[in-house]
Design a protein around this ligand. Structure first.
Ligand code: AOF
Ligand code: ZN
Length: 451
């Protein structure tokens, strides 16, 4: 027997014979690369075909079999309780987000008789992993308990010993995993090791969210390129300034406060020359209640024309600055910047004489930067969209209308020729900040970094 529930984005189908839960959504089947997902998917297709025969209007999605895909690989019987504990582990992992590079942010919860007895998360690279911290927190109670961990436990010795050993030695009997580790040194090996030792291992609980959490780590691990988040704040009609160039402030304080959160998640923040000059921002990370962290400030200045007095040229250990320019930039200026402790890098120019942002991403990736937050202005945003470099986008809107054909919109550059070519966000989320709203979503397909 099957039960069907429809919610906003997904149809959830429960096979009550074996408790399997399928989530289906309108995605493209061709993105699915894993065989077990395909097998599970076929079962869903059979069922939906049958279901539609009986109830033609229940799923008004047109040609269902070609447009439905399993939401990640959740054809696994995770019930509400499992999802609740994995959610807690995700919450813990988020505390470490932005502090763990080159490692991923990971959270773990240990549960016995329905009670949480241990919590842990990975705080900084080189320190104990999430599982080890949770096991320490639980102490001897961990024997016979379940562990929920957002990432597959590692089974290799890196800067720290393998977590699989710690899990085994603690006497844990069941391991529930969110995402698999995309690190080729682990990649399924951790789960396999624990299964061989007789532990009950289940993978894929809240997998989509767990993957999203470590997308920068996965992308960098697989492509040596950073994950690019783009942030724009505009009026309802998409303007970032009025026709006279006036721009302060469009979005409210709460929305701007969330900008600090985005900075926390990132290893680097990038702006163009115009933004650095006009706003003279400090581009530092400052959030009450959160430990400080290093955030590399990257400024694009193809001719090195920015004045030395800007705030971004006051460097410190936690707020270093990298100015990116082209090969024919004046040498004296680059020397003056370097004397202030600013790093200057010269890259080949694009045909328009601008810094080639694709080359810059390769450079940052090679320097160990896993995630970059692009904060404007509109020309820089245009270059990133035109070159297909955006992985995730955050658009804030204030309920005002600026208007005027000379008033710039949040994305300039070339843009697309046809609407059908426009990049589209998926897994779109909406969040309110007073009367301001944030629409965010993924542009990249995460599965690419796990296959
Ligand atoms: C886990 N739990 O909390 C994290 C994991 O150099 P190390 O020893 O810190 O190992 C880094 C690798 O371990 C990293 O590339 C990733 O594959 C994994 N991270 N694994 O079991 C954790 N942070
Ligand atoms: Zn580990």
């Amino acid at each position: 027997m099957f039960e069907l529930a429809l919610d906003y984005q997904y149809a959830t189908i429960k096979d009550s014979l074996n408790g399997a839960l399928f989530q289906v959504c309108p995605l493209d089947y061709k993105f699915i690369t894993k065989e077990h997902e395909k097998t599970a998917l076929k079962r869903v297709f059979y069922f939906i075909d049958a279901f539609l025969l009986f109830n033609n209007n229940a799923l008004n999605l047109g040609k269902v079999p070609t447009f439905l895909a399993i939401n990640k690989m959740s054809a696994i019987p995770f019930d509400k309780t499992d999802r609740k504990f994995m959610s807690m582990a995700l919450g813990l992992a988020r505390k470490g987000l932005g502090y763990t590079t080159p490692n991923p942010a990971v959270g773990a919860v240990i549960v016995k008789d329905g009670k949480v007895i241990g919590r842990g998360w990975h705080k900084r690279a080189g320190t104990a992993h999430a599982e080890v911290n949770a096991i320490r927190d639980a102490g001897s109670e961990a024997k016979g308990a379940d562990i929920y961990v957002t990432l597959e436990p590692c089974n290799h010795t890196g800067r720290t010993p393998p977590c699989t050993r710690a899990v085994l030695e603690a006497g844990i009997k069941r391991v529930v995993i969110g995402a698999m580790d995309p690190n080729p040194k682990v990649k399924g090996g951790g789960a396999q090791f624990l299964r061989k030792k007789g532990l009950q291992v289940e993978t894929g609980c809240l997998e989509g969210e767990c993957m999203r959490l470590i997308a920068p780590f996965a992308k960098h691990m697989r492509t040596a390129l950073p994950w690019v988040r783009l942030k724009a704040a505009s009026s309802l009609d998409g303007r970032v300034a009025s026709r006279t160039g006036h721009s302060k402030w469009i979005t409210n304080e709460q929305a701007r406060g969330f900008g600090q959160e985005l900075r926390q998640w990132s290893d680097a923040i990038l702006v163009g020359k115009n933004t650095a000059l006009k706003d003279d921002p400090s581009l530092t990370f400052r959030k009450r209640g959160r430990p400080s962290k290093k955030l590399l400030r990257v400024i694009l200045d193809s001719r090195l024309s920015l004045p030395l007095e800007l705030k971004v040229f006051e460097v410190s250990g936690e707020a270093p600055t990298l100015v990116v320019t082209t090969l024919d930039a004046p040498k004296e200026k680059s020397r003056a910047l370097e004397e202030r402790g600013v790093q200057v890098v010269k890259l080949p120019a694009s045909p328009e004489g601008q810094v080639d942002v694709r080359e810059l991403m390769k450079f940052l990736g090679a320097s160990g930067i896993q995630s970059v937050l692009v904060e404007g202005g509109a020309h820089v945003h245009g270059s990133f969209w035109d070159k297909g470099l955006v992985d995730e986008a955050f658009f804030f809107f204030a309920p005002i209308v600026i208007g005027g054909k000379e008033a710039p919109s949040s994305v300039l550059g070339q843009g697309v020729e046809k609407v059908s070519q426009a990049p589209r966000l998926h897994e779109v989320k909406c969040r309110w900040f007073g009367d301001n709203v944030l629409l965010s979503g993924l542009v990249s397909n995460l599965e690419r970094f796990w296959s």
